[in-house]
Write a new protein. Sequence first.
Length: 412
Amino acid sequence: MTSTVVVGAGIIGIAIAYELQRRGDAVILLDKDAPGMGASYGNMASIAVTEFMPASRPGIWAQMPKWLLDPEGPVRIRPGYLPKLAPWFLRFIAASRPSKLRELEAAGAVLCGRALEDLNALLKETGLAHMLSAEGCLSLYTDEAEFRADREHLEVLEHFDLRHEVLGTNAIRDLEPALTTKIGRAVLFPDNRSLADPYKLVVALSEKFQGLGGRIEEGDVSGFEHREEGVAALRLADGRSLAADRVVLAAGAFTARLSALLREHIPLETERGYHTQIMEPGISMRHSIIWPARAFMVTPTAGGIRVGGTIEMAGLDAPPDYRRAKVLVKRAQEALPDLKARQATQWMGHRPALPDTVPVMGQSAKRRNVWYATGHGHLGLTYAATTGRLMADLITGIEPPVDMKPYRVDRF
């Protein structure tokens, strides 16, 4: 029996570990924390199949100066981090060429086009189908100008035949009575579902994984032991060593530190995201909502209402700035005037961000028995079930149902 160590016990790592264990591998899932305690703990619980557009595109560039100058804007770069960010940012700019954008959109659309089907299959197989909502997501616009500003997004969805429906004021209020009457237009994305609790999903999948014979270990990888062109074992900071026939590095934003130990550079950054979880919101919601002009999202999840969004570029080690979470609540109250912030907690997590917005999924270019699955950005939960299946195919020598070249690690 082949032994595999999957490093990273977030939603991506557990999806891969579960699928490999189900197919007959002996899998160890390794993380420095318990399953689901990283970005998977506090994501926006959204299966966002319409949100694959590259971040570096004309509509974003047009708003970037205004955002960066606004202390409460949706994007913040801490000044002291700018020198380290510069090489990543140059690649981000390079991804904005029109021909490159079309290529990146297609790579994202392939994954999003199968994401909901793959997730439904995983949840049904594991008895967790009840965790997925039946409702979609509403994108909000106060007027025609805001709606036209998002037209680029809708045109891409039309190009890839992704379902959406434009709604007027009355239909919006029928779906979500708590919304302000100032919203004059909305687009319903019926396939953008949400999870009852993303953290509990990771925990439940980890239990299913263990039920198949999988093993979970806590430990921090400090190095690798090598053999020929591969890795023989992982060295842990506490002195232990884990032997493995195969290693999968799926540690989110921390994967670049692991790849550096293998002398394989990945231009991976962290987009630090914030949320406020409100357990006594004073309103009820069926759908998640996004307001593109205000750059925030609200999702009913984890027993309450979660308000999130915003991007902060400040690296993995800087302390959180929870003022950003509080700004998002103020914006959410513009859309939901009766929303109360009672019994609320703030959270910050690290989204793994690549400059072209397309994840890395594939074999190492330097170590024959090492595989990567990282850089899923805002779409880790969305892509998780699909990533689990595609990575298991690649790792076990089965031809995947999609072309995996756009996701290779050495594309940069």
